[in-house]
Design a protein around this ligand. Structure first.
Ligand code: NAP
Length: 283
C-alpha cells in the first residue's frame, strides 16, 4: 500500500477491534478502484470516545465507521445525524464535512439492500418476525418500518428491550407497526410471517442450538440470519434443506460497508470485491 501526503484517511472506532473485517474489505475496495484512501482500525476505550470523535476534525480525516460499544455513545458528540440514525439512536458511520461531524446508520440499509439483491425480496407490505431486539435489530426494524414493511413482530429474552424498540417505531414512524410477542409465541406466529430474521448472536458458535424448531421452517418463509462469522449457520443450512429461501449475514455486512464507502468517497463501492473478501474470511 502506498501512503502518500495526499492519501485520505478513514477507519473504524471500536473496543475491542482486533477481529474487525472492515479494514481488509475497504482497503481492497480502495485498491481495486485506485482511490487514494487508507482504512485504519482504532481501538478506542469507552471513556475516550468523545476525544477520539472530536479529533477527526483536526486530523483532517474523511470519516470513520463506529462499532460496539460506541454506536450510541458517539451520538451526543456529532453536529448532525441522518434521519435513520436519529430514529435508530445509533451511528455506524461518521462523515467529516466542512469541519462538521455527520452521523449515519448504514446497517438497516445494508439489510434492505441484501434482502433485495441476495433474497430477491422487499419488505413492503410483508410481515417480519424478528428474534432479538439488540443493536442490530434496532437498525433492521427501524429501516424496515421506514421502507413500508406491513407488520413487524419482535421478541427478545428481555421483553423490555423489545418493547422499547416497538414503542420508538410506533411513536415516530407508524402507529401499531411493531408488535411485541413473547418468545413462546414464536411457534404459533411464525406461520403469519413472510420473513424470519435472527438478530441474536445465536449461531455464532457451531454448537449453538437452533433458534426455532426446525419443523417451523417451511416454504414460502424467507429466513434471514444476521450472523456472518461462521459462513452458513445451522439455521441457514437447515432452512435451505427444508426448501425455504435463505439469506446469510455476509451480504448485509458488505452492503452496509458499501453505503459507508459511498458516503466517504462519493463513488459506488465495488460490492462484488467487498463481498468476496468477507466470504473468504468467514467461510
Ligand atoms: P446484541 O445487542 O447482543 O442483541 C442481541 C439480542 O438478542 C439481545 O437483546 C439478546 O438478549 C437477545 N437474545 C439472545 N438470545 C435470544 C433468544 N434465544 N431469544 C430471544 N432473544 C435473544 O447483539 P447485536 O449487536 O444486535 O448483534 C446480533 C447479531 O447480529 C450478532 O451475531 C452480530 O454479529 C450480528 N450482526 C450482523 C450484522 C451484519 O451486517 N450481518 C450487523 C450487526 C450485527 P440478552 O442480551 O438478554 O442475551
Amino acid at each position: 500500500m502506498n501512503i502518500e501526503g495526499t492519501t485520505k484517511i478513514v477507519g473504524i472506532f471500536g473496543y475491542p477491534i482486533k477481529h474487525t473485517a472492515s479494514p481488509i474489505m475497504h482497503n481492497e475496495a480502495f485498491r481495486v478502484l485506485k482511490l487514494k484512501y487508507v482504512y485504519i482500525p482504532f481501538e478506542v476505550k469507552p471513556e475516550r470516545i468523545r476525544e477520539a470523535v472530536q479529533a477527526l476534525i483536526p486530523l483532517n480525516m474523511t470519516g470513520v465507521n463506529v462499532t460496539i460499544p460506541h454506536k450510541e455513545t458517539v451520538c451526543p458528540h456529532l453536529h448532525e445525524m441522518s434521519k435513520e440514525a436519529e430514529l435508530i439512536g445509533a451511528v455506524n458511520t461518521i462523515v467529516v464535512k466542512d469541519d462538521k461531524l455527520i452521523g449515519y446508520n448504514t446497517d438497516g440499509h445494508g439489510f434492505i439492500d441484501s434482502l433485495r439483491e441476495d433474497g430477491q425480496e422487499r419488505v413492503e407490505g410483508k410481515t417480519l418476525l424478528v428474534i432479538g431486539a439488540g443493536g442490530a435489530a434496532r437498525a433492521v426494524v427501524t429501516q424496515s418500518a421506514l421502507e413500508g414493511a406491513g407488520q413487524i413482530l419482535i421478541t427478545d429474552k428481555f421483553e423490555e428491550k423489545a418493547k422499547d424498540l416497538a414503542d420508538n417505531v410506533n411513536k415516530n414512524i407508524s402507529p401499531d407497526k411493531v408488535k411485541v410477542i413473547h418468545p413462546d409465541e414464536v411457534t404459533s406466529r411464525i406461520k403469519d410471517a413472510d420473513i424470519l430474521i435472527n438478530a441474536t448472536p445465536i449461531g455464532m458458535k457451531n454448537s449453538d442450538p437452533l433458534i426455532v424448531d426446525q419443523k417451523l421452517l417451511t416454504p414460502p418463509l424467507l429466513v434471514f440470519d444476521l450472523v456472518y462469522n461462521v459462513g452458513d449457520t445451522r439455521l441457514i443450512k437447515i432452512a435451505e434443506k427444508q426448501g425455504c429461501r435463505i439469506v446469510g449475514g455476509v451480504g448485509m455486512l458488505a452492503y452496509q460497508g458499501a453505503r459507508a464507502f459511498k458516503l466517504w468517497t462519493g463513488r459506488e463501492a465495488p460490492i462484488g470485491v467487498m463481498r468476496r473478501i468477507l466470504e473468504n474470511m468467514f467461510n
